[in-house]
Structure formats: structure tokens, C-alpha cells
Design a protein around this ligand. Structure first.
Ligand SMILES: C[S@@+](CC[C@H](N)C(=O)[O-])C[C@H]1O[C@@H](n2cnc3c(N)ncnc32)[C@H](O)[C@@H]1O
Length: 266
């Protein structure tokens, strides 16, 4: 820890300490919590590390079991397509709930590479998984827009990951990742979408507005609005095999297959 970090931590501790000792009972407790939060947010830079511990609870408060259901469907979709000894790449795994379910259900020997930019998220994912002789899991702390460990994968999985990026990044990221996918490889994705009909339009508009404000305040996400990557997938040689929609199209789970290779435009 550098001197300036120690100073910040020291100031943070002092804040918490002062708050807890000077305030009256209930009010004091409230101040302590506020001071601790302020201190924590002061010390930990904007990133998903800040959310790792509370991510599951926040998600459940906002959406109940919706995203859990989508992840479980994604696991079943993957197991339906997975062939023995294939290479699977999981982008932005988060706290490991998809991986945990996959490793419980999977009876097919395969090799999984799991990339996340957040050390805290990756540590949580790692703690949830017990690799077996048939199931190799490689955890990589990396920025998926820059470093992809292997050249080719048979399956790419991105759950609530692409919605972190602005249109300009997606325009290079999707073809770049497509180049890491084997011919007829599968890309399984789940993401939020703007609902198209009825009251759901207003509901999704409100949630998306709130979510982007929240995530941009707490983490370092680049996007400030949702970009639908469908056109990019089609332009880069993907064919949509399946599509499931949840809550009137507010969340989608899509299976794309790489049909032909497009030269990467730089
Ligand atoms: C919204 S969370 C989704 C987590 C999980 N896939 C799920 O289903 O809940 C996005 C995850 O992507 C990771 N992430 C964001 N940008 C990334 C990047 N450029 N490279 C690697 N991981 C990234 C974050 O650290 C976070 O864990």
C-alpha cells in the first residue's frame, strides 16, 4: 500500500471512528454506516470491485429471481450444445453464480476460461467452484476488450456483459471476439433490451435509466445507454439460432452461431 493509500485508509478509519464515538445511539449508528460507506467508496476506485459483495442482494432487490432464471436457462442452453472437450470462454462472469450452476450440472468434459476485470468478482467466482478431473476452469483477471488468453473457443458466453459498452467499443469488440470463435462456434448471450410494447416500454425505460445512472456512479462502465448489438452480430457473420424473451422483451437470452468469418476491420 502506498503512502497516499495509507493516508486515505487512515482518514477513512478516522471518519468511521469519529462517527461511531461522538453521535448519539440511533443517530450515531446511522452516521457510522454513512461514514463507513463514504470511506469505502473513497478508498476503492470506481469499479465492479465495489459491488462484488452486494451484487447478488442488489440484483434480487431490483429484479427478484428474474436474472437467476435467465442464467439457469443459459446453463441448460449451453449444456444442450456443448460437445466433449470443447473450449468455453465466459466473459465478465461476475460473482460466479452461472459458473457454479454450470459446474454442478455439467457432465461433459470441457475446458472453461473465465475472464473478469474485477479481482473481487473473480475471487468470489473462484471460491464457488470445485474443478474436477473433467472440468478445467481457468480464471483470468483481464480486460476482455484487450486480452483473450487462447486463440480459439467453441463457445463464448456473455451474460449481462455487452451492455457495459458503448457502441464504438462494441463495433470492434464483437468482430474481435468473433475471430476467437471456431467456425460454427456458438455465442450465448443474455442482456437487457428496451421492451417494445405496452406498459413494459415505460417500465424498461425507467429501469435502464436508473441502472445506467447507478452503474456509472459506482463502477467504471463506459456505456451511458443501452446498445442493441443485434445488427453487429448479423453484420459479422452470425446467425441467430434461438431467442427467449423475458418480461415482454426487457431481458433476452440469445444463441448465435458463427456462420462465416469476416475480416477484422481495424
Ligand atoms: C453486470 S456484471 C454481470 C456479471 C454476470 N455475468 C451476471 O450474469 O450477473 C458485468 C461483469 O463484467 C465484468 N466486466 C466489465 N467490463 C469488463 C471487461 N472489459 N473485461 C472483463 N470483464 C469486465 C465486471 O467486472 C462484472 O463482473
Amino acid at each position: 500500500m502506498s503512502c497516499s493509500d495509507q493516508l486515505i485508509v487512515g482518514r477513512a478509519r478516522a471518519l468511521t471512528h469519529t462517527a461511531s464515538h461522538t453521535a448519539l445511539a440511533g443517530f450515531g449508528r446511522c452516521c457510522t454506516i454513512n461514514a463507513a460507506c463514504a470511506a469505502y467508496f473513497h478508498v476503492v476506485p470506481k469499479s465492479y470491485d465495489r459491488l462484488a459483495g452486494s451484487y447478488k442482494v442488489l440484483e434480487q432487490l431490483a429484479f427478484g429471481r428474474l436474472l437467476h432464471k435467465v442464467r439457469e436457462q443459459a446453463v441448460d442452453e449451453l449444456l444442450d450444445k456443448l460437445e466433449p472437450h470443447q473450449q468455453v470462454l465466459i466473459l465478465g462472469e461476475g460473482d460466479g453464480r452461472f459458473l457454479q450452476s454450470l459446474t454442478h450440472k455439467c457432465k461433459t468434459p470441457c475446458h472453461i476460461t473465465c475472464i473478469d476485470k474485477s479481482a473481487q468478482m473473480l475471487a468470489r467466482a473462484q471460491a464457488k467452484v470445485t474443478p474436477t478431473a473433467d472440468l478445467h476452469v481457468n480464471f483470468v483477471l483481464a480486460d476482455a476488450t484487450r486480452d483473450i488468453p487462447l486463440d480459439t473457443y467453441d463457445v463464448i458466453i456473455s451474460l449481462f456483459f455487452l451492455d457495459n459498452f458503448a457502441a464504438t467499443t462494441l463495433q470492434t469488440l464483437i468482430p474481435k471476439l468473433a475471430n476467437h470463435l471456431t467456425h460454427q462456434g456458438i455465442w450465448l448471450l443474455a442482456d437487457f433490451r428496451q421492451a417494445k410494447y405496452g406498459l413494459a416500454v415505460w417500465r424498461s425505460r425507467m429501469w435502464l435509466w436508473l441502472m445506467y445512472r447507478f452503474f456509472r456512479f459506482v463502477t467504471d462502465i463506459e456505456a451511458d445507454q443501452l446498445v442493441d448489438p443485434t445488427r453487429l452480430f448479423k453484420e459479422h457473420g452470425f446467425l441467430q439460432l434461438e431467442r427467449q424473451s423475458f418480461q415482454h422483451g426487457f431481458v433476452v437470452l440469445e444463441t448465435w452461431q458463427k456462420e462465416h468469418t469476416q475480416p477484422l476491420k481495424r
